[in-house]
Design a protein around this ligand. Structure first.
Ligand SMILES: Nc1nc2c(c(=O)[nH]1)N[C@H]1C(S)=C(S)[C@@H](COP(=O)(O)OP(=O)(O)OC[C@H]3O[C@@H](n4cnc5c(=O)[nH]c(N)nc54)[C@H](O)[C@@H]3O)O[C@H]1N2
Ligand SMILES: Nc1nc2c(c(=O)[nH]1)N[C@H]1C(S)=C(S)[C@@H](COP(=O)(O)OP(=O)(O)OC[C@H]3O[C@@H](n4cnc5c(=O)[nH]c(N)nc54)[C@H](O)[C@@H]3O)O[C@H]1N2
Ligand code: SF4
Ligand SMILES: [Mo]
Length: 677
């Protein structure tokens, strides 16, 4: 019997450290690592079933070749030798006829690992030698990150462990009890010391229901609310003038912008009562330290970048950025100064290549020319389930002249369109390094067991393909451990003393940063070295120099559909787990009683949700958990188990204001009772 330390690879801020017990070469149990200060011995409702998933009946265990039509999901077993031979042959043809850029390595968030997953763009060295297009992972968080960079110079914010020191916590467009519950412990610690917790969310989520106070604004109006709160603060004269003078840039201009957002106007924009806006502004004005937790949900809107840009200004006006327990946390990933260039080796590209945006897969496959995409590798992604505009994505993937390879664990909605499916290892079967985006630790993942069947890791798959294609670049053949060492080889002081050996031994290591962690103790990493209320950088790419309010783009009639994190799935991962599917039940859409009545819909009715992009089915829950005008469902349901579509059938393939992010929650739909069958 042995215990093996590992790390959860999923796209979740908590990046848990886990302990796998192995007996006779089999993993017999997995539990959260009690030593890890964030994990504290507990995983979550999803990952408690991880070992069960590794042994699931539908696990893909050998390479397969399509025999049916694209989308049908009919395959025959082939050997690795045949699979690699066919892929190598097709890549030679495509690159000879169209050049390397006709190849799109479409990489998703199934694993955030540096060696096997998205953070390290696993396989990218191979694609560099090939001259393949660059894949820009825009689907999740980019708009908010870009917005924060204008204000702060980085998307990295405060340490969630420091929420324990806060006296007021704004849970702003975030649902931590579902989408990363380990931060809750620190929020509860703060409450025991008298902190007040306010949820700002159009939906009364699990987290909002637990808060001391809940405000439900109209979706996509948060930047106006931020400016309104600042309006109240400034009218009280409660700004921290010393902090503003010493650490910020552009105050006079920003102050004039704040004047444009008096509470009455903000009440109109946000749909919130004016007195509640004033009361919250006054509370922020008099409570130090105040922490804002805002995560990715809030920025899946037309103005998502501008929203985070505005939110990050609040602690700039109150001076909270200088206080332990004050500031804002969107992500901590910007604090990990690893040697990513040394890992990814973009320098191996023979010439500069174009970038293709993850959120624009449909367009990329249907409309992009010069050259068209002729070969698609889907790695750790399920775009049919998770990308915007499902119908367009399906049309793109159905192209007969497109050669599609999918590396997967399970027969997803996307593998149905593959020409070749390659069996991938799961986290207990390969080596990896993970960094949380909700804490400040690197977490090590040692393989615990041998891969089942013929599964191979992403890194090994591309080593073998490189060999098969006769590539001679030596770094294509570096071992996983070599890659981990290269990644850690960084001169940054926050990584001093963090080694492969130490990580292996402990399972994790905290970055060498102070505790409590003041991210801007040494200044802001902007051009001016200050927090920039006014951003010259933003104007250079055509943005307003000041934070402002960008209205939702999908205006007009119908209801705003929010399709946020499901408690039982992680994106579409676990969407095939029988027990989690049973607990989740069929997709639900929550409608306000007024909106349901206007449509003749009763609780538990089967309904169809539709717009001109597509439609899906769900069961109605009539409840005031949503504000009028808003409908709420969850992401992650597999289309093939739910009548062939999920919420993304209705979402548009349209960019947010910054970075080309997705606009999942900026989506108007109509809802009607389903025809009785
Ligand atoms: N269980 C579970 N955990 C997950 C995931 C999952 O699918 N399931 N997904 C993971 C991933 S990929 C990510 S990126 C993170 C995301 O984590 P979160 O940021 O928590 O993501 P969401 O659930 O999309 O959105 C959070 C909340 O924002 C609200 N919201 C939507 N629009 C607005 C708005 O305009 N204003 C305000 N104020 N609120 C708004 C939604 O109602 C929702 O309750 O979670 C990760 N964790
Ligand atoms: N409607 C709506 N849609 C959304 C969102 C929303 O809020 N609303 N949120 C969006 C967000 S935040 C995100 S991040 C995206 C996520 O979208 P995707 O990146 O497509 O993530 P998943 O749907 O979880 O699919 C990941 C797949 O990777 C596979 N996988 C896991 N680990 C590995 C591995 O090591 N190797 C290989 N080869 N495969 C692996 C899993 O089996 C799974 O099928 O979804 C987006 N979609
Ligand atoms: S999904 Fe999040 S909470 Fe669950 S085990 Fe993974 S990192 Fe931890
Ligand atoms: Mo995400």
């Amino acid at each position: 019997m042995k215990k093996v330390l590992g790390a959860c690879p999923l796209d979740c801020p908590d990046a848990c450290s886990w302990v796998v017990t192995v007996e006779d070469g089999q993993a017999v149990s997995m539990r959260g690592n009690a030593e890890h200060p964030m994990t504290r011995g507990a995983l979550c409702v999803k990952v408690n079933r991880y070992l069960e998933q590794t042994r699931a009946q539908d696990r893909i265990l050998h390479p397969m070749r399509r025999v049916g039509r694209k989308g049908e999901g009919r395959f025959e077993r082939i050997s690795w030798d045949e699979a690699l031979g066919e892929i190598a042959g097709r890549l030679d043809e495509v690159t000879a006829a169209y050049g390397g850029q006709a190849v799109w390595p479409f990489q998703g968030t199934g694993s955030l690992g540096y060696i096997q997953g998205l953070e390290g763009f696993a396989g990218r060295r191979f694609f560099n030698v090939l001259g393949a297009s660059i894949h820009d992972p825009t689907i999740c968080s980019i708009a908010g990150s870009r917005g924060l960079k204008y204000t702060l110079g980085t998307s990295g914010g405060m340490d969630p462990e420091d929420f324990a020191r806060s006296k007021l916590i704004l849970l702003w467009g975030t649902n931590p009890l579902t989408s990363g519950h380990h931060a809750w412990k620190f929020i509860q610690d703060a409450r025991r010391e008298g902190a007040h917790v306010v949820a700002i969310d159009p939906v009364r989520t699990r987290s909002a229901a637990q808060a001391d106070e809940h405000l439900a604004p109209i979706p996509g109006t948060d930047a106006a609310l931020a400016l309104g709160l600042l309006n109240v603060i400034v009218r009280m004269g409660a700004q921290d003038q010393e902090f503003i003078d010493e650490h910020t840039f552009g105050w006079d201009a920003f102050r004039a912008r704040i004047e444009e957002f008096p509470p009455a106007r903000v009440a109109e924009i946000t749909g919130l009562p004016e007195d509640r806006i004033v009361a919250l502004g006054e509370r922020v004005a008099r409570t130090r330290p105040t922490a804002i937790r805002a995560t990715q949900g809030i920025q899946r809107h037309a103005g998502g970048g501008m929203t985070l840009r505005a939110l990050a200004c609040i602690p700039g006006v109150t001076g909270d950025w200088a206080l332990p327990g004050g500031g804002l946390c969107y992500s901590t990933s910007g604090h990990f100064k690893l040697n990513l260039p040394g890992l990814v080796r973009i320098d191996l590209l023979p010439h500069p290549v174009r970038t293709l945006s993850m959120t624009r897969l449909g367009e990329g496959l249907l409309d992009v020319d010069d050259p068209p995409v002729k070969a698609l590798f889907v790695i750790g992604a399920n775009p049919v389930g998770s990308n915007p505009h499902q119908t367009k994505v399906r049309r793109g993937l159905a192209r007969e002249d497109l050669f599609t390879v999918v590396l997967e664990h399970f027969p997803t909605d996307t593998t149905d369109y593959a020409d070749i499916v390659l069996p991938a290892t799961m986290q207990t079967e390969h080596l990896d390094v993970i960094a949380g985006y909700g804490h400040l630790y690197l977490v090590w993942n040692e393989p615990a067991v041998a891969p089942p069947g013929e599964c191979l890791s992403t890194s090994e798959t591309f080593r073998r393909l490189a060999r098969r294609m006769g590539m001679t670049e030596p770094s294509l053949y570096d071992s996983d451990e070599d890659l981990a060492r290269q990644l850690l080889d960084s001169p940054h002081p926050s990584l001093a003393g963090i080694t492969v050996e130490g990580l292996r031994e402990q399972g994790f290591a905290r970055l060498n940063v102070a505790r409590p962690f003041l991210p801007f103790a040494d200044g802001f990493p902007t051009t001016s070295g200050r927090l920039e209320f006014y951003s010259k950088r933003a104007t250079r790419v055509g943005h307003d120099p000041l934070p402002g309010f960008t209205p939702p783009a999908d205006a007009g009639g119908g209801l705003v559909l929010i399709s946020a994190a499901s408690h039982h799935f992680l994106n579409t991962t676990f969407g095939n787990n029988p027990e989690l599917r049973r607990r989740s039940g069929a997709p639900v859409i929550v409608l306000h009683p007024d909106d349901a009545a206007a449509r003749g819909i009763s609780d538990r009715d089967a309904v169809r949700i539709y717009n001109d992009r597509g439609s899906f089915e769900a069961v109605a829950e009539v409840s005031d958990r949503v504000r009028p005008g808003v409908a709420a469902t969850t992401k992650g349901h597999w289309a093939k188990f739910n009548g062939g579509a999920n919420a993304n059938a209705t979402v548009d393939e349209r960019d947010s204001d910054m970075g080309g992010g997705a606009v999942f929650h900026d989506n108007r739909v109509e809802v009607a009772r389903a025809e009785p069958t």
